[in-house]
Design a binder for this molecule. Structure first.
Ligand code: ADP
Ligand code: MG
Length: 421
């Protein structure tokens, strides 16, 4: 073991209390420490944050971390401060800071105290910040949730488009690390191009989640009863039911409650206090089920979610993967049950009709993949992994028999809508 490796391990222990690296973390971190452009593709929960946090802590200067979610940035900052001697080790720079607070952040950076500076992309467009940062020693730039840069991603943010330009203004040779949990080859290519780092060393972890069981059932007018039956068969287990609309969330939560299931609704239309309360009730297991829109889940880390039900089919395979991915984080069972009716696809198409044509075309293409997935008779796991550019062999691969189509192969006749991939 070389000096550098010993250092990395002791830094890991010192700052995070972990005794070993997860997956590709160590290789990634070495590459970042060396100052190379780096591209990390790991599923959610894979441990991406550490890939820039650890290098930031041990390198000279300040690392700038771009992330789209203020709440997540705050969590990370708090966690790092908790294990550091100086609160200034990590800061968030955003529009809510007053003059005194901004000055304090700047002073800590100037004095070499701040190792991690979290910024929302829209704050980075502020001239004042850019002018300041370009006079400072920046160790590297981390772009978290880098798929936000791509219109082909599930969460496109126009502000991400300018990042390359802004990074260049801050410094010509600042190494970049981009990180994402979205692995479609198209999004990947978009990220590398858009960040101007086609030379980046790419690290891609497998997206296979062997402990998840994938199932798609036809959606009929009895879908609520089907959901109730499923939940009752899984009594006492934690689960999430995703619905498309707030209204449906409210209705279904009520239907479940009436049927003796401990459930709460969650969507962005509820006031902040109620949302926090319902989230906590779920985390503390005062309720078993959260009925939610996609507003629920980002940053929620409940390891023992045993099922994720899609009352409505999601708008892309990425969304489906992200949402089902919240099941079985602890490695235990995770049943992913989606209800599918073609008319829901038409509904989703309709939602897009007001959008710019380019966006509609992308949305349509993504939806076609969802249709193919829902109607396929091939292994769901194989389908998903192929979508993410990964070969999977059901005979030898982990979790090869963990989906409805593999367990109960459909007859040829039924599979007439099958789309070959
Ligand atoms: P991602 O951003 O890829 O979704 P996170 O960075 O949020 O993942 O990490 C997921 C979880 O894994 C966190 O709870 C984190 O503390 C934990 N984790 C990360 N690296 C390690 C490690 N080397 N050993 C143990 N736990 C780790
Ligand atoms: Mg992350």
């Amino acid at each position: 073991m070389g000096i550098a490796e010993i250092d990395l391990h002791s830094a890991l222990k010192k700052y995070f209390g972990f005794s070993g690296f997860k997956g590709l973390q160590e290789e990634v971190i070495k590459n970042v420490v060396e100052g190379n452009n780096t591209f990390v593709i790991m599923p959610t929960g894979g441990g991406k944050s550490l890939c820039y946090q650890l290098p930031a802590l041990i390198k000279d200067g300040t690392a700038i971390v771009v992330s789209p979610l203020i709440a997540l940035m705050k969590n990370q900052v708090d966690a790092i401060r908790a294990v550091s001697e100086h609160d200034g080790v990590a800061h968030v720079l955003n529009s809510s800071l007053n003059k005194t607070e901004v000055k304090r952040v700047k002073d800590d950076i100037i004095n070499g105290i701040t190792k991690l500076l979290y910024v929302a992309p829209e704050s980075l467009t502020k001239e004042e910040y850019v002018d300041f940062l370009k006079t400072q020693k920046i160790s590297f730039m981390a772009v978290d949730e880098a798929h936000c840069i791509s219109e082909w991603g599930h969460d496109f943010r126009p502000e991400y488009r300018n990042l390359r330009h802004i990074i260049k203004r801050i410094g010509d040779n600042i190494p970049i690390i981009g990180l994402t949990a979205t692995a479609t080859p198209k999004v990947q290519e978009d990220i590398l191009k858009s960040l101007g780092m086609t030379d980046a060393v790419t690290f891609k972890a497998s997206f296979n989640r062997p402990n998840l069981f994938y199932e798609v059932r036809p959606k009929t007018k009895n879908v609520d009863a089907d959901i109730i039956r499923f939940i009752k068969q899984n009594e006492g287990k934690s689960g999430i039911v995703y619905c498309l609309s707030r209204k449906r969330v409210e209705e279904l939560a009520q239907v479940l409650q009436v049927n003796g299931i401990k459930a709460v609704p969650y969507h962005a239309g509820l006031d902040a206090k109620t949302r926090v309360k319902h989230q906590d009730m779920f985390l503390m297991e005062d309720v078993d089920v959260v009925v939610a829109t996609i507003a629920f889940g980002m940053g929620i880390d409940k390891p023992d979610v045993r099922f994720v039900i899609h009352h409505d089919i999601p708008k892309s395979i990425e969304s489906y993967y992200q949402e089902t991915g919240r099941a079985g984080r602890d490695g235990g069972e995770g049943h992913c049950l989606a209800f599918y009716a073609y008319k829901d696809i038409e509904k989703l198409e309709k939602f897009m009709s007001g959008k710019p044509v380019a966006e509609q075309e992308i949305g349509h293409a993504l939806l076609q993949e969802v249709v193919a997935f829902a109607e396929t008779s091939m292994s769901r796991r194989k389908f998903i992994l192929h979508y993410f550019g990964e070969e999977f062999d059901n005979e030898t691969g982990e979790g090869g028999d963990m989906d409805d189509n593999v367990r109960n192969p459909k007859k040829q006749v039924e599979a007439k809508n099958d789309v070959k991939i």
